[in-house]
Design a protein around this ligand. Structure first.
Ligand code: PLP
Length: 441
């Protein structure tokens, strides 16, 4: 039964440690126990904890003004942050709509896509296509687009859309095929869905460049997004890259989609934008889209009270500045290679590890009952939860990425430490993970 706490926590009857403070890649609870933050919380604390320049920027902005409303003022902080983002994004993705969470970012991108077609008189182009085994957020619009079974199932009557295509999940190919002889059947399926639903009814296709919360850093094969983009363009359908988890340097490049050299029409950012120092997220639109709306109704029908507030903008700008000053995207790539190779060594040691994958510091581990047949553990066994609990007990935090598809996707975790992690700290992370898996079997 629930104890004295008034905070509603993820599991109502579970006791959680109380955090005291964070420094670098470690968090400390009030008992003095240290936890290596091996997943940056929810793949968010990308620059580690307690960065002084960010704290200073927070104080400086608070001394000037913390809140103004977007229909009354813009601010130097929001303008500078939008300009900085535009200098990081590919192509003409230059226009930034600030929001407060990843769910708001994907929902705003969805609304901008629908509005873009409405402004041109194409009012039936309002469906959003997406993939199974995906996660775009917890609010109802974002959840509609998500193929995360566990998070959807209680709310199915309220959800508008259903994901329409299979994920690019090579380890368990939904088409029982192998890359490259498959000729990217998973991407070609988008074209079949478009034929079925009708391009005149579709506004956009949304995808996470690397699948995060619902399967653990599942990385599509080469040319996958080039094919997707080509299909979208041919049918006049916008491509939204959900970079909430993969953006802001997480995969060793500024954005996950950079690995495929594709320029999306819209992008959703979150998590690493404020790196946990402030709630901050954004939908980013290409010039072509903004020009159409500017020449039409002139207003994007979305927005939140805290959108573009100067306090969060100043903090987020300081996070990006810190990343540039310390070449943290290159570090994410370099330490990511070390981490992935360490995970591959663990895979050789433990039969229970079926696959390791990812790019930069976004790595996934999938656990299996039988490595040869790839048979999954029943979800009721709670293997993911048990690995996470063992690791936490041993002072390491890792992230649950099991999408709740019994028998189809295995138990998965994400390992995604801050980009500031040192070589020695990666070794320590691997050491604790090794110990935790050993204790599990
Ligand atoms: N999109 C992706 C790819 C995510 O990984 C997440 C969160 O995990 C979201 C959207 C939703 O973000 P938030 O939890 O900030 O609403």
């Amino acid at each position: 039964m629930m104890g004295k706490s008034h905070v509603i926590k993820p599991l109502l009857n579970k006791e959680y440690p109380t955090v005291s403070y964070g420094r670098g890649v470690y968090l400390y609870d009030i008992e003095g126990k240290a936890y290596l933050d091996g997943c940056s919380g929810a793949v968010t604390a990308n620059i580690g904890h307690g960065v002084q320049s960010v704290i200073d920027a927070m104080n400086e902005q608070a001394k000037k003004v913390s809140f103004t409303y977007r229909s009354q003022f813009t601010s130097e902080a929001a303008e500078a942050l939008a300009a900085k983002l535009a200098s990081w994004t590919p192509g003409d993705l230059d226009y930034v709509f600030f929001v407060n969470s990843g769910s708001e970012a994907t929902e705003t991108a969805m609304k901008i896509a629908i509005q873009y077609w409405q402004e041109q008189g194409r009012i039936n182009k309002n469906k959003i296509l997406s993939r199974w085994m995906s996660y775009h957020g917890i609010t109802l619009g974002a959840l509609s687009m998500s193929g995360h079974i566990l998070r959807r199932k209680r709310f199915i009557p309220l959800l508008e859309e259903y994901p329409s295509i299979e994920p690019p999940y090579c380890y368990r190919c939904p088409f029982n095929s192998t890359y490259p002889s498959c000729d990217l059947l998973c991407a070609n399926q988008l074209e079949q869905a478009i034929h079925r639903i009708g391009a005149d009814n579709i506004a956009a296709f949304i995808a996470e460049p690397i699948i995060g919360a619902s399967a653990g850093a599942v990385t599509p094969p080469p040319y996958y997004y080039q094919r997707i983009k080509e299909i979208c363009e041919r049918h006049d359908i916008l491509f939204i890259a959900d970079e909430v988890m993969t953006g802001n340097g997480r995969t060793g490049k500024p954005f996950g989609i950079n690995h495929w050299d594709v320029v999306p029409d819209l992008m959703a950012l979150g998590k690493g934008m404020g790196a946990g120092y402030t709630p901050m997220a954004a939908a980013i639109a290409s010039k072509r889209i903004i020009d159409v709306i500017a020449a039409g109704s002139q207003s994007i029908m979305s927005g939140h009270t805290f959108s573009a507030n100067p306090q969060s903008a100043a903090v987020s700008l300081a996070v990006m500045q810190y990343m540039e000053d310390n070449q943290l995207i290159a570090k994410s790539e370099e330490r990511g290679l070390q981490l992935l190779s360490g995970l591959q060594t663990l895979m050789q040691k433990y039969e229970i590890i079926g696959d390791v994958r990812g790019k930069g510091l976004l790595c996934g581990i999938e656990f299996v009952k039988n490595r040869t047949t790839k048979e999954t553990f029943p979800l009721s066994l709670g293997v993911t939860e048990r690995v996470i609990a063992k690791a936490m007990n041993n002072g390491l935090l890792i992230y649950n990425a099991s999408g709740g598809i019994d028998g189809q996707a295995g138990d998965s975790v994400i390992v995604a430490p801050p980009f500031t992690i040192s070589e020695e700290e990666v070794n320590e992370l691997l050491f604790i993970l090794d110990q935790s898996i050993r204790e599990l079997i």
